[in-house]
Design a protein. Structure first.
Length: 651
């Protein structure tokens, strides 16, 4: 018997050895194939080892610290059950009264009919194909890959199910459930339930329906949502929000205006969406009953359970909020918050900053809200009263004690009962102070230190030169490029030199470089590895807004309206075609305009081009022409204007 046991153990050891050798070989193969390419394998090596996702302790509503995993799960369940339960129950009359007092755009009948038309099999397939792979599935355990693999078999059954759902007006109970996974927010204390971001993992079959509906909704949101809102709207970018913010700070200084800029902190914005108010808003926008009924089917029967420490809570009903993880949530939230934004814009008591063609009062990126107000107690009281009254029917609430006021050309004194603090603001990841000269100190320097730390940490990783270039492209480039797109100010030249030095040390493991950065930055067909040239990225980001200047008809763009106002008597579309004499003009004091123009001249020099003079060179108020006429007693601009000669091409 002992011999038999010994023999069996040897056979088992051989099986384990073979499996181990296979796994080691596969790991080597993965390392060989993927460690030098941009992808998940390399990304996992670059990540900081995060703390375990285990929640060791949490405080209950009484302030007691709980350590038992089961009780921790119960605390989170109670927290989210309360969060997703409405705190108010506005009547239809109250909602209609609020919406009737504001003017909102309305869909054309043809647009509403297109939105209301039945979902087609093609739309469902398109929605499925657009879903990324390797994502966690919902409670049923079926990932998107399963549906993609067997879609030809599942499609007819799925479509019949869809028709039955629409006819009966309800979903199967197990289809509309979700698992709530918790992600700790950056810099938050893990013992508080509110420190976590709830991500809803919904079933893929439900997500296909939501995705198909969201694709329809995305087509009409640009028609309904004011340009003040740039979050989740196709063709709009967050960089225009920060550009507008910096423009208005410049404009306030140039016109000696006392301005207060509010950065509002919303309380659980996506989780507090009142459905009655949302559906009434959609109706006000002219969205048809069929589309709204689809949303009611999807939302009215929603349930969820919370997962913590391998514990799953009993399910509970969701009675408000848009689930973070649902494809419909971004567009629906933009629609939900638009009535409040419209009410602020259209309120005559609240005074904003008047520029060329617009009065600027509010800027939004999803739930990140800025208010631009003239510095007066009437304005502060008016806007806080309006937002608080709106909260009583929409559930959208502002945490005033965490909101910040940025005073420009004035000191802020709050005599209202609303608690407000003043100081620098952080908007869309960018630190802004009243002095725009501090932008580099507040943003570029901290980012450079972070990049230095990352590159030093990766130095000992067992990856080749190509893998190190890929690491810079994957992690360093997006961070720096984002900052360049948001802030136009040029960092000092030693900033770029330091960045190049840190990259060189990382690429060559602190050894003398064998190939120069300039060579590595060339394309592969020219012997390089396409290492990012950050000075060129900075140049490209500053140039991108010049295309907006040239499309001069787009004055409904808020950022462009302020820049045109900063130009005074010059047309902003003419600036690229005037020589460097423009530096003496008032508009060159603007941080955005001067940065874009300087980048334009750098680009012309780099490409050995010259557009001055050219057919588009302006005549009216052109400093080059006026300088030549100075002292002659001639007033050419008035004569040319009467003859409609705006540019050389018209002469």
């Amino acid at each position: 018997m002992e011999n038999k046991i010994r023999k069996t153990k040897l056979e088992l050891n051989e099986i384990i050895d073979k499996k181990t050798k296979f796994l080691v070989q596969r790991l080597r193969l993965q390392n060989y194939e993927h460690s030098n390419k941009s992808g998940q394998f390399l990304a996992n090596q670059l990540k900081i080892n995060k703390e375990k996702t285990t929640i060791c302790a949490v405080q209950d509503s009484s302030g007691n610290t709980i350590y038992d995993p089961k009780q921790i799960n119960n605390i989170f369940r109670d927290f989210y059950k309360k969060l997703y339960s409405p705190q108010i129950n506005p009547s239809k009359k109250e909602i209609d009264q609020f919406l009737d007092n504001i003017t909102l755009p309305k869909l054309l009948d043809t647009q509403a009919m297109a939105l209301d038309s039945p979902l087609t099999p093609g739309e469902l397939q398109e929605a499925l194909i657009s879903m990324p792979n390797n994502k966690a599935p919902g409670p049923d355990g079926f990932p998107a890959e399963f549906y993609k693999e067997f879609w030809t078999i599942l499609a007819p059954v799925f479509y019949r199910t869809l028709l039955e759902i629409k006819e009966k007006g309800r979903l199967p109970s197990n289809m509309n459930s979700a698992n709530i996974n918790l992600l700790l927010k950056l810099g938050k204390d893990p013992v508080y339930p509110s420190s976590y971001r709830p991500i809803s993992l919904i079933n893929v079959d439900l997500k296909i329906i939501c995705k198909a509906l969201s694709k329809r909704l995305e087509k009409i949101t640009p028609l309904l949502i004011h340009p003040d809102q740039t979050g989740f709207i196709k063709g709009r970018h967050s960089s225009t929000n920060t550009r507008r913010l910096l423009n208005l700070i410049d404009y306030s200084y140039s016109k000696n205006l006392e301005t207060t800029i509010f950065s509002l902190d919303a309380e659980k914005a996506f989780d507090r969406v009142n459905w009655k108010f949302l559906f009434a808003t959609l109706h006000k926008f002219g969205v048809g009953s069929s589309f709204i009924n689809w949303l009611k089917i999807l939302y009215n029967s929603a349930t969820a359970c919370v997962k913590t420490n391998d514990q799953t809570s009993p399910s509970f009903c969701l009675l408000r909020g848009t689930r973070q993880g649902c494809p419909l949530s971004p567009s629906l939230f933009a629609i939900f918050i638009e009535p409040l934004a419209a009410a602020i814009r259209q309120n005559s008591v609240i005074k904003g900053i008047k520029c060329k063609n617009m009065e600027h009062k509010i800027s939004l990126y999803a739930d990140d809200v800025l208010l631009f107000l003239q510095n007066s107690q009437t304005n502060i009281s008016g806007v806080t009263e309006l937002i608080n009254s709106s909260a009583r029917i929409s559930d959208y609430s502002i945490n005033w004690s965490k909101s910040t006021v940025l005073p420009i050309n004035c000191s802020f004194h709050n005599s209202s009962p609303t608690p407000l603090q003043s100081g620098n603001i952080k908007y869309l990841g960018i630190n802004v102070s009243p002095k725009l000269a501090d932008l580099t100190k507040l943003n570029h320097i901290p980012l450079l230190k972070k990049v230095e730390g990352d590159l030093a940490r990766w130095k000992c990783l067992p990856i080749s030169l190509m893998g190190r270039v890929a690491a810079i492209k994957m992690v360093v480039l997006p961070k720096i490029n984002y900052l360049f797109s948001m802030i136009p100010t040029k960092p000092p030249q030693d900033w770029f030199r330091s960045l190049d030095s840190y990259m060189s040390k990382f690429l060559w493991k602190n050894k003398p470089p064998r190939i120069s950065l300039k060579t590595l930055q060339k394309t592969k067909d020219k012997g390089g590895l396409e290492l990012p040239n950050f000075q060129l990225y900075f140049l490209a980001n500053r140039l991108q807004f010049i295309s907006g200047w040239l499309k001069h008809t787009l004055l409904d763009e808020p950022w462009l309206d302020v820049e045109q106002a900063l130009c005074n008597n010059l047309e902003i579309s003419d600036l690229p075609f005037i020589s460097s004499n423009i530096q003496r003009h008032e508009c060159f004091k603007s941080v955005n305009i001067s940065s874009s123009l300087t980048a334009w001249w750098e680009f012309l020099k780099l490409t050995e081009s010259s557009l001055i003079p050219c057919k588009r060179t302006p005549i009216w108020n052109n400093p080059d022409i006026l300088q030549n006429c100075h002292g002659s007693g001639q007033q050419p601009c008035d004569v040319w204007k009467e003859d409609s000669n705006a540019a050389l091409i018209q002469m």
